[in-house]
Design a protein around this ligand. Structure first.
Ligand code: HEM
Ligand SMILES: N[C@@H](CC(=O)c1ccccc1NC=O)C(=O)O
Length: 244
């Protein structure tokens, strides 16, 4: 219900009845609440990061680099918070988790449409992950749109060409000349760096909590997650460094 601003309360504005009514553990075990809260928080932060990345893409297309840096700097700060939150989850012991893990069934992080949309919007586009979404669902529709749209990498690379820089290597060889592009590229590296840091903490936390058990989503578990550590949204910005 939307209240008139004069009668607006904290709970109305933040829709707390809906938000705080959405934690419904399926077991009566204490730690399942933590598991739900961590994951819901992560989905909220992903929502905010997608909001910022969408803005950054439009700003880079409009050649407003300074405003784009601001949105991207916010994304990397949110990524830091997400990476730190693994330490909260790691207070859950293997036995605590194993007691309610069965309620999860075959659900898993593979099905996080927003995580995949974030990867797609940056430029990590593996269409196989579309299969994990239920056909016609909001997640599936958004994910398909993200797969087809220009990514942050696409628009950054178009900006480089528009400004007449021969290559990203040339930008890094003369950062003063290409200052706007150089700063933009370093913001992209910050995002990729933070994403790899998040993946690494996920792997360590998983090893700590389930060892080498298989994942509920059907993967081999820790060894699958280890294979994702090599993923980069902006591989060219990493490889060019060898030539500097
Ligand atoms: C006890 C805690 C957790 C365990 C044991 C765990 C385990 C796993 C495993 C084994 C996978 C591979 C898919 C599968 O076979 O299930 C996976 C994927 C994933 N998990 Fe977790 N996870 C945990 C917590 C989290 C949390 C807190 C988040 C988010 C903040 C998360 C996000 C994801 C994402 C996004 C994927 C897909 C990764 C990719 O394909 O690159 N997981 N997780
Ligand atoms: N894949 C995890 C389960 C899991 O973590 C999960 C289950 C349901 C909702 C979110 C989850 N988080 C990320 O994988 C496991 O194998 O135990």
């Amino acid at each position: 219900m939307t209240a008139h601003p004069a009668g607006m309360t904290y709970a109305d504005y933040l829709q707390l009845p809906a938000l705080l009514g959405a934690q419904q553990p399926l077991s009566d075990l204490h730690d399942e609440m933590l598991f739900i809260v961590i994951h819901q928080t992560k989905e909220l932060w992903l929502k905010q990061m997608l909001h910022e990345v969408g803005l950054a893409i439009a700003l880079v297309e409009a050649d407003d680099f300074a405003a784009a840096y601001k949105a991207l700097a916010r994304v990397s700060r949110i990524q830091s918070v997400m990476t730190l939150s693994w330490d909260v989850l790691a207070t859950m012991t293997p036995v605590d988790y194993s007691r309610f893990r069965h309620v999860l069934g075959t659900s898993s992080g593979f099905q996080s449409a927003q995580f995949r949309e974030f990867e797609y919007r940056l430029g990590i586009k593996d269409p196989r992950f579309l299969e994990y979404q239920e056909g016609g669902s909001e997640g599936a529709v958004r994910l398909k749109a993200a797969l087809d749209a220009d990514s942050l990498w696409d628009v950054a690379d178009q900006a480089r060409q528009r400004h007449g820089a021969d290559s990203w290597l040339a930008v890094y060889q003369d950062p003063e000349r290409w200052f706007g592009l150089y700063q933009l590229a370093e913001k992209l590296v910050d995002l990729d760096d933070a994403l790899a840091g998040w993946r690494h903490k996920h792997l360590l936390t998983v090893e700590r909590i389930i060892g080498n058990k298989m994942g509920t989503g059907g993967s081999a578990g820790a060894s699958y997650l280890a294979s994702t550590l090599e993923k980069r949204a902006f591989p060219e910005l990493w490889s060019l460094r060898t030539g500097l």
